[in-house]
Structure formats: structure tokens, C-alpha cells
Design a protein around this ligand. Structure first.
Ligand SMILES: Cc1cc2nc3c(=O)[nH]c(=O)nc-3n(C[C@H](O)[C@H](O)[C@H](O)COP(=O)(O)O)c2cc1C
Ligand code: SF4
Length: 493
């Protein structure tokens, strides 16, 4: 495999500009801006890679719920914005097949919505409630399998993060919109509603409606397995409805899906995850089932009720006991902010001329779009990328569960992957944005030396355009050019 790094865009340099700290999460790291930045062993680890023989590395196979995955590298779920039109499957094949072709063991298709209406957190998301549509995705699963890869479908519903709440154009087209809610929205969202910054029309679910929603997850899982998917991933974090069930801020229910005064935080969410698990087992049998588990450690100070890291470890332990086959613990906020996509302020994306109309439609005019951009700038100062920012949480979970633990978030270097696996932080390592930048990244990382680094700069120019429904792709020309150069040199062959 090619391991050349000679024209690498140095993420450490970008991180230094973005004020990235040197927190290491237990992964060996050198401070940005040191001589290590220039070395071929990369800026994110200083250990030499003299590993005892037999130690687990990224190249080793792993079993998830009885399914063998050929190595421990996965493509984290990323929105594809492929929609449900006649070209949806071609879009998905074009985006995901190269990743499997490059040797990546496991591809997680991005969040796909289980209901026929509502629940999308961005325009143009794919819905997977319709058996006929999902059957057509066998073209995608077949393409992944042809390369020896595995593909899991991520099932989702946005709840109070759905477009109906935040997307002005969406609301204008649907004046009678409402959105599924776990409970009455928290006061922070009600305050934004009164200021006209969001629009709340919550449809608080009855107990029966909660079971119906769990069943919709199960039915979609059944269709997915029929279409050849190897597993199911639940969008359990990123402020979607599964997190809202777990979160003390959102879940004030007093039925079996609530968290009683004597229950540990997150208990209502665990019960919903159990209902979803049971529905998946009813419709899809023993298919491998994975979920993200949120720790709401990035919540703003004014949110007192949130899931701590200890709460998240407990939730993950209970979820594994229920029968989930793997967990992906992630440190997030109680709101949709940059804690999920830590990195730089996406200046280029906000300035892009061809995006301005879409931003204005999403946020209710150009002025409001500028306010959102300003908030985004503040957020990027609070959430710079940190190498493997979920590693501590993953390690704490892995100490308590028997099932594989998946670690993603800010990982950019081969050596970091091996350190995470060797240190016992996790059993598989994932990357998200780096696969937008280099869909065939697997060819460079697998079998490579420790200093091999992804080109992605964590600049986030790919994130903001998704509010307009724009496809997931790298939007930073210097990175795209670097990829093209490597392509010409055969680095991805
Ligand atoms: C544009 C974009 C879309 C994303 N979509 C999803 C998604 O559909 N489901 C999900 O669980 N996480 C999603 N994520 C989060 C990623 O799975 C991943 O956790 C995050 O990008 C951090 O990893 P990275 O630093 O390697 O990019 C998304 C992230 C980005 C940047
Ligand atoms: S625009 Fe490209 S370089 Fe920037 S974060 Fe997205 S994938 Fe990475």
C-alpha cells in the first residue's frame, strides 16, 4: 500500500490556526506547531510504533454480532443527502463503493429516516420506510460486497432537531407542520421559539405512539436486511430522537419511557432503545445492531440537566446487556452544535456565492444566515478538533462492556488508530470527514506505516452546505487538488 505523505496538507498547521489544543485523550501526541509537525511520523503521536508482536492493529479482522469484518477501520456515518429519487441508489453507490473498494472493512451509510414524513434533520435525506425503495438499495449492498466489505444502514429520526423546527423554507411550504417530540420542549428551545429563531409545533408522543415509532425502526431494519445490509446502526446521538429519549433535558415523560426520580439518568432512553432492539429482532432477526451512545458533556453551562460521562457509560452498559452488538460512544451537546464536528470555522462555505440563496431559505433571510454564521464562528473557537476526542469516553465504556466499542471523532492518522486499539480504548476506529476528502482513503491507511495521515483539514467547509441539501463532498480546493495528485501517483490503487 502507498504510504507517501510528501504533499500532505498538514492538519496540525490548520489546527494551530484554529487554536487546536494539545489534549491527547490518552493517545500519544505532540503539540501542534512543533518540529514533529514536519516529520513523516505526523504530529499526533510521538511513540515509535515498536509494537509487541501479536498486538491488535487496524489491519486485523473483528467480529460484530457474529459478522466478521476484514479490518478495524470504518467509515463513520455521514449524511449523503441522496434523497429518494430515481438517482438515489446511483448517488449512494458513487459515494460509498470507492470506500469499500479501497479495503475499508465496514461502511456505515449515513442517517436515513424511518418515517414517511418529518424526521429529516437536513433537506434531501433518504427515507427508508418504503420496502420497495429499500429493496432497490440491493444494488448498493451488492457493490460493497463485491469488494469484500460490509455495509450497515443507520436508522434515524430527528425529533426536535428536524427541519420543521429550524428550516424556515420548509416551514413556509408546510404551515401545518408538527414534529414528533419526547416531551414538551425544554425552556431553552421555547425561548428561541418566542424569539422567532425556531418554530416549535411539538407532537408529544403517547405511549402507543412511542411503540409505533420503535416498530418503524424495526420495519426499516427488516427491509434493510432483505436488501442485503449486513447490519443496523442507530443514530443514537447528534441530538436526534434517540438522544432526546436518553437526555434529562428533553425527556420529562411519566410513562415507562420516562426516567423516574429514583432511576439513573438516561433510563427512559434505555427503555426506548430496548423497544427498538425488540422491534429490530422481530423484523430483522439477529442482524448485528449498533448504536451511538451520547455523553452530553459538551452541553452549554446553562443546561444543568444533561447526561454526564458516567451516565453515558451506564447507558452503554445497559444497552450492551439488552443485546446490542456494538456501541459507539460520543461526547456531544444537548443542542445541535459543532461538538459533533469539531474543527475550524468554515469561512469558504459561508462565503460561497452559490450557497447564499440556500442559506437564506434555510435560516429565514440573509441577515439571519449571517447571525448563524457568527454563532458558528464562536462555536469553532469552543470546539477545535482534538485528535480522537471520544477516546476517554470509549475507554471508560470498553472497561465495562463485552461488545466491540467503536471510536470516531478527530482521528486522522494511522498511528493514532493503532494506539487507540493497543491502549484498549476501542475495538474499531472510524473516520468521517476524511472519507469526504478521500473516498478511497482505506488504500492509504491499511497496511501503512504509523505516520500516514488523512488529507482532511477538519475545516468544515463540507458541513454547512448540507443545510441546503447539498451533497456530502470535500469543498476545499487545496485538499481536492492534493487528492488528485495522489490519485495520479497511484496512491489509491
Ligand atoms: C457532514 C457530516 C454529516 C454527518 N452525518 C452523520 C450522520 O448521518 N449520522 C451520524 O451518526 N453522524 C454523522 N456525522 C458525524 C460523524 O459520524 C462523525 O462522528 C464526525 O464527523 C466526527 O468524525 P470525524 O472527525 O472523523 O469527521 C456527520 C458529520 C459530518 C461532518
Ligand atoms: S471540506 Fe474537505 S478538508 Fe474540510 S472538513 Fe470537509 S472533507 Fe475535510
Amino acid at each position: 500500500m502507498a504510504t507517501d505523505d510528501s504533499d500532505a496538507v498538514d492538519p496540525a498547521a490548520v489546527d494551530a490556526r484554529a487554536g487546536d489544543g494539545t489534549r491527547t485523550n490518552g493517545v500519544s501526541a505532540a503539540p501542534s506547531g512543533t518540529a514533529a509537525d514536519e516529520s513523516t511520523t505526523g504530529p499526533e503521536r510521538v511513540t515509535g510504533g515498536s509494537r509487541p508482536p501479536g498486538e491488535v492493529t487496524l489491519d486485523d479482522p473483528v467480529t460484530v454480532g457474529g459478522t466478521t469484518v476484514s479490518n478495524r477501520l470504518y467509515r463513520a456515518p455521514l449524511l449523503e443527502c441522496a434523497g429518494n429519487g430515481p438517482d438515489a441508489v446511483d448517488t449512494l453507490v458513487a459515494e460509498l463503493e470507492p470506500t469499500a473498494a479501497s479495503g475499508v472493512g465496514l461502511v456505515f451509510q449515513g442517517a436515513s429516516v424511518v418515517t414517511p414524513e418529518g424526521g429529516c434533520v437536513a433537506p434531501n435525506m433518504t427515507r427508508v420506510h418504503d420496502p420497495e425503495f429499500v429493496a432497490g438499495l440491493s444494488q448498493l449492498t451488492g457493490a460493497i460486497h463485491d469488494h469484500g466489505g460490509r455495509i450497515f444502514l443507520q436508522l434515524a429520526h430527528g425529533g426536535l432537531r428536524s427541519q420543521a423546527v429550524w428550516h424556515a423554507g420548509y416551514r413556509e411550504d408546510r404551515p401545518d407542520h408538527s414534529e414528533l417530540a419526547v416531551s414538551r420542549p425544554p425552556w431553552q428551545l421555547r425561548a428561541l421559539d418566542r424569539l422567532g429563531l425556531v418554530d416549535l409545533a411539538p407532537d408529544v408522543m403517547s405511549t402507543g405512539a412511542v411503540y409505533d415509532l420503535a416498530d418503524q425502526f424495526g420495519r426499516a431494519a427488516g427491509c434493510a436486511v432483505d436488501a442485503g445490509y449486513d447490519g443496523i446502526h442507530l443514530s443514537g446521538a447528534n441530538m436526534g430522537i434517540l438522544q432526546q429519549f436518553c437526555s434529562p433535558l428533553y425527556n420529562r415523560r411519566d410513562d415507562e419511557f420516562g426516567t423516574g426520580p429514583d432511576d439513573p439518568p438516561g433510563s427512559g432512553g434505555v427503555r426506548f432503545l430496548e423497544a427498538v432492539h425488540d422491534a429490530v429482532r422481530d423484523h430483522a432477526g439477529s442482524v448485528p445492531l449498533v448504536t451511538k451512545v451520547p455523553a452530553e458533556t459538551a452541553a452549554p453551562r446553562f443546561v444543568r440537566r444533561h447526561l454526564t460521562r458516567a451516565d453515558a457509560v451506564r447507558v452503554a452498559t445497559r444497552v450492551a446487556d439488552i443485546g446490542y452488538d456494538a456501541v459507539a460512544p460520543v461526547e456531544v451537546s444537548t443542542f445541535w452544535d459543532m461538538s459533533v464536528v469539531r474543527g475550524a470555522y468554515p469561512e469558504r462555505a459561508w462565503e460561497a456565492a452559490d450557497m447564499q440563496a440556500g442559506y437564506a431559505a434555510a435560516f429565514g433571510g440573509p441577515l439571519r444566515a449571517r447571525v448563524v454564521a457568527a454563532l458558528n464562528r464562536l462555536q469553532s473557537r469552543r470546539f477545535p478538533r482534538e485528535p480522537a476526542w471520544n477516546a476517554d469516553l470509549c475507554r471508560a465504556v470498553r472497561d465495562r462492556v463485552e461488545v466491540p466499542v467503536l471510536c470516531e471523532g478527530g482521528v486522522r492518522e494511522r498511528g493514532t488508530c493503532d494506539d487507540l486499539l493497543a491502549d484498549g480504548a476501542c475495538d474499531m476506529v472510524g473516520m468521517g470527514r476524511p472519507f469526504y476528502a478521500e473516498p478511497r482513503l482505506g488504500a492509504r491507511l491499511l497496511g501503512a506505516d504509523p505516520g500516514t495521515r488523512a488529507l482532511c483539514e477538519s475545516c468544515n467547509n463540507c458541513t454547512v452546505p448540507q443545510v441546503t441539501g447539498a451533497p456530502g463532498t470535500c469543498r476545499t480546493p487545496s485538499v481536492v487538488r492534493a487528492r488528485a495528485r495522489r490519485d495520479r501517483r497511484g496512491s489509491y490503487d
